[in-house]
Design a protein around this ligand. Structure first.
Ligand code: 1GP
Length: 245
């Protein structure tokens, strides 16, 4: 339970965490992968997430292995499917897509993945995953075949997160999807923060330090950034300062 304990400890001390999302398809550029991880470690990013809603390449395990070799941070899988598992990781977000009504993503894939997670011996973090509309249809929205929570309906997000917590989920991840036009709104984060006590992870469309600051102030405990660091690997320094400051 090492990574979950890190999230719980950070939440109770008010420390905010930054997670860098590595897309295994982008990681085929080994120089860029090395630069991203080197910068993530230098900037003191807290976690490295690896995964994607839809992968075009077949290098998932090799990517996780490389990320683990290159970094001294916990490596957490953020799987888009049960095939995205690797014993080189420290933990996996065991995601239930509670914003949707697709039974495969609420429990089906979990049944397939459970024995493999057990045999790999990696920590599973029960996570309520909530897709939120971020101004465009992202791959996550399309592939999941679910409707996201409307951007301006914080009440729906608060009730959904509360249901997830009452069901025993240990973290709630609100995501507008990779490359979204808009992030989850501070109002929605604040409403969810009011309704639950478990750590809140927020991702999708976070591109600048100012936004990162406002999402943390609204109640996010962990921010996840992927696309912006693929476009500018130096941005991680300003972002880390915003999250940790
Ligand atoms: C997507 O939350 C992640 O699932 C990160 O999104 O790539 O837009 O930073 P970005």
């Amino acid at each position: 339970m090492v990574v979950l304990e890190q999230l719980l400890a950070a939440k109770s001390s008010g420390t905010k965490l930054l997670a860098v999302l590595i897309d295994p398809d982008q990681a085929t550029d080994t120089k860029q992968l090395e630069r991203t991880i080197q910068n993530a470690c230098m900037a003191k990013a807290d976690l490295l997430f690896v995964g994607g809603s839809l992968l075009m390449t077949d290098a998932f395990d090799a990517c996780v292995k490389r990320v683990k070799e290159l970094s001294d941070r916990p490596v957490v899988l953020f799987p888009g499917s049960p095939s995205q598992l690797s014993g080189h990781a420290d933990a996996v977000l065991f995601l239930s897509l509670i914003s949707g009504r697709n039974p495969e993503l609420l429990i089906g894939h979990h049944v397939t993945a459970a024995p493999r997670i057990k045999s790999l011996g990696i920590e599973a973090i029960p996570t309520g995953y909530m897709l939120v509309d971020g101004g465009r249809t992202t791959t996550a929205h399309y592939v999941s075949q679910t409707s996201p929570i409307p951007h301006d309906k914080p009440g729906i997000a608060a009730c959904t997160a509360l249901a997830g917590e009452l069901l025993g989920l240990r973290t709630i991840y609100m995501d507008t999807g990779s490359g979204a036009k808009k992030t989850v709104s501070p109002d929605m984060i604040a409403a969810v923060r009011e309704s639950i006590s478990c750590p809140i992870i927020v991702g999708g469309g976070i591109r600048d330090a100012e936004t990162a600051r406002s999402l943390c102030a609204a109640g996010a405990d962990v921010l996840v950034v992927g696309t912006a660091f693929e476009q500018d690997s130096e941005l991680i320094f300003a972002m880390s300062e915003a999250v940790h400051g």
